[in-house]
Design a protein around this ligand. Structure first.
Ligand code: GLU
Length: 548
């Protein structure tokens, strides 16, 4: 029986015309990096995948290349419901745009598809059939029990575990023996026939880790499983070749498979891509570094950032600091710089795993929000509250102009106030400006030096009756507060007060504080003059009247 006849017997459902696919998927006419994000459809994108997709997208964008999304669903045991949509939603949420690939559970775009591996079964089988014809792949009839038995023998003899050399039993079957077993109905899988020699060393360059040395691969790995679908290794070679990927950027759990992958590419007659393996993100805890863990660290989940309401741009700026060690310095020099202006560099990726520091992220977020215009804060907050705080959302929508004035306190100036770390922080900081909350929330007045409520009421009533005029400019307003202070025996002149504190009941800032606390309940707030103006005369009066 010839190899050709054998191939027809083993894979009868397709022919072995690989030229058809080589012609169908033409070499791309792009100069830049062609790369991809290739998750299994397990849904939830954690920080590691977000960082990887961010880097892949950036590398492609910076070079006018192509970034595509491929869904690797050949391990059907691992699938979760809505897994694909979850990935697409997360990428969309972070504005990580794809040029090609899977765009929804049912749609794809681009000329190199299908981009979902389960839809590419015929392609993999065509190449597997071709390898069988060439004598470069063969069926394996070993049962799981036999494989386990071999493993035990290998352990006992302290030799490498795996299907290779003399342990590769089915490799030695003749075509006629195979035919007999197939006709007898024995189940089989397809293995790659490796021609590697474990004693030969090879060098492979990795864009992050540098030149790596490995023994050549000599394992006859499975390429087509019993369900007819390919293994990761085989699909990687076929897909990244046919989709004309130039750079494979992926997690470094795949580094040890590099000799196999390079061998697969070469055996199939494909040019191997460039590889960049990303180390896992690390976290420092008790002075020690460990991997950021999906299980233990809430900040490893992408949803954590959405729920807190960290602006997407701030998350991306932070991802860039994790991705490239020189970004932080660049950003310090260019605080208004855009990510697009910074060029990503493979050489600046940490090869030992970058440290994830949530405080740094918060800091970036705080600075970022402080530089937004009032309209931008308003729009982003409306968007965020639509999902996470419906009540606040309604208040914002019903009071657009008013809310914008509130967000503009000490904003849109050279040194804007930095008090919001994320969107979920805004209500906590400024709730008292919204009448609905001021009426509803329990009020805990933070009186400071002046605590006598009769004195407080006297001062406040006099303020309202004799001094308050919301048309005053800031200087006039403050002069009136000073006059009020003098009237009640509090020093209006700080210098005089410092020289002789015992001559006064206190000073003008104690007076400002009781106005502040009466209007907001808080002893620390943004600019009081602006607060009074935005609240307006009626609210100010009501708030002062209710003090008991
Ligand atoms: N599906 C593989 C994974 O999730 C992708 C690795 C790759 O990017 O090639 O690990």
């Amino acid at each position: 029986m010839t190899n050709k006849e054998l191939a027809d017997l083993l894979i009868p459902d397709v022919d072995s015309n690989i030229d058809y696919y080589e012609k169908l998927y033409k070499p791309r006419n792009v100069e830049g990096i062609v790369t991809r994000f290739a998750p299994s459809p397990t849904g939830f994108v954690h920080m590691g995948s977000l960082l990887a997709s961010f880097i892949e997208n950036k590398a492609a964008k910076d070079t006018n290349g192509v970034f595509y999304l491929r869904i690797e669903d050949t391990d059907q045991k691992r699938e979760v419901e809505n897994g694909v949509q979850g990935i697409i939603d997360d990428l969309n949420y972070f504005n990580i745009d794809i040029d090609e690939g899977v765009v929804s559970e049912t749609e794809e775009k681009g000329e190199y598809g299908p981009y979902t591996q389960s839809k590419r079964k015929n392609i993999y089988r065509t190449y597997a059939k071709h390898l069988i014809e060439e004598g470069l792949a063969y069926p394996c009839f070993c049962s799981p029990e036999e494989i386990e038995e071999t493993r035990m023998i290998q352990e006992k003899r302290k030799v490498r575990i795996g299907y290779y050399g003399r342990f590769a039993k089915c490799r030695r079957l003749t075509n006629d023996e195979i035919k007999e077993m197939v006709e007898a109905g024995k189940p089989y899988i397809i293995r790659f026939k490796s021609h590697g020699d474990y004693d030969t060393k090879i060098k492979i360059n990795d864009l992050v880790k540098g030149t790596l040395e490995f023994p050549e691969n000599d394992m006859d790995i499975v390429i087509i499983k019993s369900d007819g679908l390919p293994t990761y290794h085989f699909a990687h070679a076929i897909d990244d070749h046919l989709m004309r990927t130039t750079h494979v950027i992926r997690g470094d759990e795949w580094v040890s498979s590099l000799p196999l992958h390079v061998q697969l590419f070469e055996t199939l007659g494909f040019e191997p891509p460039k590889y960049a393996h990303l180390s896992p993100i690390m976290k420092e805890e008790d002075g020690k570094k460990r991997k950021l863990s999906k299980r233990k660290d809430p900040e490893a989940a992408v949803s954590y950032y959405n729920e807190l309401g960290i602006p997407i741009e701030a998350v991306k700026l932070y991802l860039m600091t994790v991705a490239n060690s020189n970004f932080e310095e660049w950003y310090l020099k260019n605080p208004d710089g855009k990510l697009e202006d910074f060029k990503f560099d493979f050489k600046k990726i940490s090869s030992s795993g970058a440290l994830f520091d949530v405080e740094k992220l918060f800091n970036i977020s705080k600075n970022y929000i402080s530089r937004l215009s009032k309209d931008e804060v308003y729009d982003s907050l409306v968007k965020w509250t639509a999902t996470f705080d419906k009540e606040f959302n309604e208040i914002l929508l019903n009071n657009e102009e008013y809310a914008k004035r509130v967000f503009n306190i000490e904003r849109e100036q050279a040194k804007p106030r930095k008090d919001y770390v994320y969107y979920s922080d805004i209500k906590n900081q400024i709730w008292y400006m919204f009448e609905e909350y001021f009426t509803k929330f329990e009020k805990n007045y933070e009186w400071q030096k002046i605590t006598d409520i009769t004195e407080i009421k006297n001062i406040l009533t006099t303020y309202v009756d004799e001094y308050l005029d919301v048309n005053d400019d800031k200087d006039t307003w403050f002069n009136k507060v000073k006059q009020l202070a003098d009237k009640f025996g509090y020093a209006s002149d700080m210098k005089a007060y410092k020289e002789n504190p015992d001559a006064y009941k206190g000073n003008v800032s104690d007076i400002a504080t009781i106005i502040r606390v009466a209007l907001t309940t808080k002893s620390q707030t943004p600019d009081l003059y602006e607060i009074i103006n935005i609240l307006g005369i009626d609210r100010v009066k009501t708030r002062i009247n209710i003090i008991k």
